[in-house]
Design a protein around this ligand. Structure first.
Ligand code: FES
Length: 106
């Protein structure tokens, strides 16, 4: 069992099976998270900012490496649909991809 803490959703905690993508884990816990391409690694709208737990995520996928090279994915950012969660971590929703109906604490 792994845990994701979403810092700017009031430290909301979601849990799930290790090896699951962050996006799937969020959805399994009924957290809405933007994912314009449907989780296929073809956009960056599912971007999450990793606050703690760099070692808790799987290696960058090819899609993430591509976005890193083009500067669309920063050093502390991962794509929620691509990143496998292997341990506990803390993330934030980037300002530009906040959903209008979702409550954020900052
Ligand atoms: S939902 Fe488009 S890259 Fe993740």
């Amino acid at each position: 069992m792994v845990k994701i803490v979403i810092e700017n959703m009031g430290q909301k905690e979601v849990t799930g099976k290790a090896g699951t993508s962050a996006l799937r884990l969020l959805h399994e816990n009924f957290v809405d998270w933007m994912h314009a391409c449907g989780g296929k690694g073809r956009c960056t709208t599912c971007k999450m900012i990793l606050v703690r737990g760099t070692d808790a995520l799987g290696l960058l996928t090819d899609a993430e490496k591509r976005y890193r090279q083009t500067g669309q994915l920063g050093a502390t950012e991962r794509l929620a649909c691509q990143a496998e969660i292997l341990g506990d971590c803390t993330i934030r929703t980037p300002e530009e991809y906040k959903l209008p109906h979702q409550a954020y604490t900052d």
